[in-house]
Design a protein around this ligand. Structure first.
Ligand code: FES
Length: 130
């Protein structure tokens, strides 16, 4: 169950401990399906469960790392737990910012401000300000 404040679109998603650390949990936040990741350091990432490429439920893809840019002929893996990979075509997005990793693409995952307050996770679904 979610509760919200009528004065804004801040929605209570429930107890933080019901969200596993470092894993995506898909929940309804008002009318929207979102993926929420609670971090060990207390941060919370929240993204819309909709891929901007072709509309896949992106939060069903793996939360993973990616290959890092490097010298020709070298392969370096990094950023574990920071990259959400779409299950349909494999596009990768930074879950904290919604940006495509290592791409100048304007395609962007919708992210929402989220926080833990008094042991509960809150997400802000307010429209983005320009
Ligand atoms: S629908 Fe997500 S990469 Fe194509």
């Amino acid at each position: 169950m979610t509760t919200s404040s009528p004065a804004n679109q801040h929605i209570n998603l429930g107890p933080a401990e019901s969200f596993p650390v470092g894993r995506v949990r898909i929940v309804m936040a008002g009318p929207r399906e979102i993926g929420v990741v609670r971090r060990a350091d207390g941060r919370v990432d929240a993204v819309r469960n909709w891929c901007p490429h072709k509309g896949a439920p992106i939060c069903k893809g793996p939360l993973t790392g990616t290959m890092l840019p490097g010298e020709p002929g070298t392969l370096t893996w990094g950023r574990d737990g920071e990259i959400l990979r779409c299950p349909w075509h494999g596009f990768e997005f930074e879950i904290a910012t919604g940006a495509r990793s290592y791409s100048d693409s304007r395609m962007h995952l919708r992210v929402y401000p989220a926080r833990i307050e008094n042991g509960e996770i809150w997400v802000d679904l307010s429209p983005r300000r320009a």
